[in-house]
Design a protein around this ligand. Structure first.
Ligand code: UFG
Length: 339
């Protein structure tokens, strides 16, 4: 029996595939490589000394899905595939709804038809929008998303909610990620954004390595301890282990479960910059600039439900996140050699 990982060559997907293989689980990957590289999986194979069957293509390609489901005995799908840039989603909403919502519908429908009744879905804290109470629990209201990317995640969550109500055999675990950063400690796999990074950690790494002059700190007048935005950064390996925990508990409790995957700690942009400089002995020049449209002041999780029910909690702190992100950046200044 195998696990199908959609988007398994991507940043979070590749770390999850590695963790699954190290647990002795057989993995099949489908990825269209639109924002990822086959090289990540080659490296995962090398680290784990295990093979991965990889299918290149779109999750919405019914013929390919049918081929995969016919060729392999799949008991669970972990669904990472999708487009993930907030900014891009605003200019390309149709692409985002197609690639995220429509593709997920095709996948869910095929799973139902074939009686593959276990799904772990990659969602995001973005579904909480501008929630006022921190830390955010899974019971916080959702729905106030501010961009098509966030809305696409919300729509998929709603679809899954309805489908699990209609079919009690279909078991879904929704994992809401906070801010994934870092890399596998080997520095062999990590985050390889297309073009100029939008997210803070990869941008800071690229400033430290000399690709960009300075970090623009978006906003200095938020109602936070130092005026800069506060987020719950989580090591990507902790996140990967959260998926294994969800997989191991898939048969327990209700058939639709939602968990925050975060550390429960909030760090400001300046906290992250200071920690980065301390850990790497590099200087990271920055300028305080205007707020980025759509950003919220602060967001951190209450991850206690995942601990209570899945026995999972994040083990790695901010220093380890920085150390591993920097190790990856130094070893791969230009990311993966594109396949
Ligand atoms: N920031 C800067 N300068 C930069 C980039 C970011 O100051 O160059 C700040 C942001 O304003 C924010 C913090 O750093 O305060 C984190 O920003 P990121 O872009 O790294 O992450 P976001 O919290 O904006 O978004 C992330 C994911 C989204 C997801 C969201 C969920 O990128 O996909 O978390 O909360 F939807």
């Amino acid at each position: 029996m195998s696990v199908l990982v959609t988007g398994g060559a991507g940043y979070i997907g590749s770390h999850a595939v590695l963790t699954l293989l190290q647990k002795g689980i057989d993995v099949i990957v489908i990825d269209d490589f639109s924002n990822s590289s086959l090289e990540s999986l080659e490296r995962v194979k090398k680290i784990t000394n295990r093979d991965i069957k990889v299918y290149k293509g779109d999750v919405a390609d019914l013929r390919l899905l049918n081929l995969i489901f016919s060729n392999h005995d799949i008991h669970t799908v972990i669904h990472f595939a999708g487009s993930k840039s907030v900014g891009e989603s605003i200019s390309k909403p149709i692409h985002y709804y197609n690639n995220n919502v429509v593709a997920s519908l095709v996948l869910i429908n095929e799973m139902m038809k074939r009686g593959i009744y276990n799904l772990i879905f990659s969602s995001s804290a973005t579904v909480y929008g501008n929630s006022n109470t921190m830390p955010v629990t899974e019971n916080a209201p959702i729905g106030m998303t501010t961009n098509p990317y966030g809305t696409s995640k919300l729509m998929i969550e709603k679809i899954l909610d309805d489908v699990t109500r209609a079919n009690s055999s279909f078991r879904v675990t929704v994992l809401r990620y906070f801010n994934p950063v870092g890399a596998h400690f080997s520095g062999e796999i990590g985050e390889d954004p297309n073009g100029i990074p939008n997210n803070l950690m990869p941008y800071v790494c690229q400033v430290a390595i000399g690709k960009y002059k300075q970090v623009s700190v978006y906003g200095r007048d938020y109602p936070t301890k130092d005026g800069t935005g506060v987020r719950d950064y989580i090591h990507v390996m902790d996140l990967a282990e959260g998926h294994v925990a969800a997989l191991e508990h898939r048969n327990e409790g209700p058939n639709h479960k939602v968990y925050n995957l975060g550390t429960g700690k909030g760090y400001s942009v300046l906290d992250l910059l200071t920690t980065f400089e301390r850990v790497t002995f590099r200087s990271v020049p920055y300028v305080l600039s205007e707020r980025r449209p759509g950003d919220i002041a602060e967001c951190w999780s209450d991850p206690s439900k995942a601990y209570r029910e899945l026995g999972w909690k994040a083990k790695r702190g901010l220093e380890e996140m920085v150390r591993d992100a920097w190790n990856w950046q130094q070893k791969n200044p230009n990311g993966y050699i594109k396949a």
